[in-house]
Design a protein around this ligand. Structure first.
Ligand SMILES: *Cc1c(COP(=O)(O)O)cnc(C)c1O
Length: 379
């Protein structure tokens, strides 16, 4: 129940253990085709340039930025947490002239401030995080996509934590490039990074004057392997693709809407339980992530001791705060297969016990009761 990796279903782990075939084996080519088509369904896009980059979510970030940015291009990084900051770092390394549009950790961006900075800077690319895992904040994208496009810029969105847990509507919003990871709401081990590029992003890549600085992540080369020609580029992580194939099949078998509703339900139950124990969300209503609930640590609690006791005595992992929120917040993940009633009930009960050990008294059973009431209401 940390901020990822999430629990992995046994069938996904079993897929990892299937026989490794060659990267040009007809069977593997079929797996790739199906991974691509299932990724399009989850990203809600029809773009052919949707594939799984070898590497974790950060490799997807680097792929998008390295392919869209040439030295001297302007990049606006919207930074309200760790991952927006990482985008700025990667863009600088790719030679971009980076402007950081900053907000305190825990806040979301308003369309007006994005409009202002986009007008001022006339950037090539605006990068923003949809679900900031470091703070638990949801960033609405609707108005921002329109603003960025009106200014003739490209919108790059980090969907690492949102994909599979919240709608990521690439085509409807007109998002030009996006990347995700496998180990958050897709419930697959870490190791691949789904990416997708729309027509404007592909045009920008086609009209580059300089070569992409990274050979490994050059989409022009990757598309020859994932696309028609099947030209060898690097040996695909065969078994990771099996696992992603099975994880995506589970996502689509459940259905996107049902999956989003499941994440919302368990988040509501968790929140109700925490509230009954006097523990408050650190993010205002309407900006909270269903898959990652960030709460203020109650006064007087030894954060490190409590989290290690949760892990040692109950086998439950949660995340601590990052950056300025270190020691002040807990980040409780309910991602993918981890978003289930037994986890919520165990966590609330375990938390009560751990608080008790530190002489912090909460009404006995109140957390679990409040969560159970939410479940009763929903059934
Ligand atoms: C986890 C995460 C990343 C980085 O992914 P890795 O798999 O750790 O490389 C990037 N952005 C967000 C929002 C994340 O949650």
């Amino acid at each position: 129940m940390g901020p990822g990796p999430s629990d992995i279903h046994a069938s996904v782990l079993a897929a990892l253990a299937a026989p490794t075939v060659g990267h040009l084996d007809p069977y593997f080519l079929q797996v790739m085709d199906e991974v691509q088509s299932m990724l399009r369904a989850v990203f809600q896009t029809t773009s052919d340039m949707t594939l799984a980059v070898s590497g974790t979510g950060s490799a997807g970030m680097e792929t998008c930025i390295a392919n869209l940015i040439e030295p001297g291009d302007r990049f606006i990084a919207c930074v309200n947490g760790v991952f927006g900051g990482r985008m700025a770092d990667v863009a600088e390394r790719c030679g971009a002239v980076v402007t950081k549009q900053e907000r305190d950790f825990g806040e979301a961006f308003d369309p007006e401030e994005i409009e202002r900075v986009v007008r001022e800077q006339a950037p090539k690319v605006v990068g923003i995080v949809h679900a900031e895992t470091s703070t638990g904040v949801l960033q609405p994208l609707e108005d921002i996509a329109r603003i960025v496009h009106d200014a003739g810029a490209l919108l790059l969105v980090d969907c690492v934590t949102s994909l599979g847990g919240l709608p990521v509507e690439i085509d409807r919003l007109g998002i030009d490039a996006a990347y995700s990871g496998t180990q958050k709401c897709l419930s697959c081990p870490p190791g691949l990074s789904p990416v997708t590029f729309g027509p404007r992003a592909l045009d920008a890549m086609d009209s580059r004057k300089t070569r992409v600085k990274s050979w490994y992540l050059d989409v022009g080369l990757l598309r020859n392997y994932w696309g028609g020609e099947r030209a060898y580029h690097h040996t695909a992580p065969i078994n990771m693709n099996y696992a992603l194939h099975q994880a995506l099949r589970r996502v689509l078998d459940e259905g996107l809407d049902a999956r989003f509703a499941r994440h919302r339900l368990h988040h509501q139950a968790l929140k109700a339980g925490l509230a009954a124990m006097g523990i408050d969300c650190s993010v205002p209503e309407g900006r909270q992530l269903p898959m990652l609930t960030s709460v203020w640590i109650p006064e007087g609690v030894d954060d490190g001791r409590l989290r290690s006791q949760l892990l040692q005595d109950f086998g439950v992992e949660i995340g601590g705060g990052l950056g300025p929120l270190k020691g002040r917040t807990w980040r409780i993940g309910l991602m993918g297969d981890s978003a289930r009633r037994s986890n919520v009930m165990l966590f609330l009960t375990a938390l009560e016990q751990c608080l008790k050990q530190q002489d912090i008294r909460v009404p006995v059973g109140a957390g679990a009761d409040a969560a159970a009431a939410v479940y009763a209401e929903s059934s």
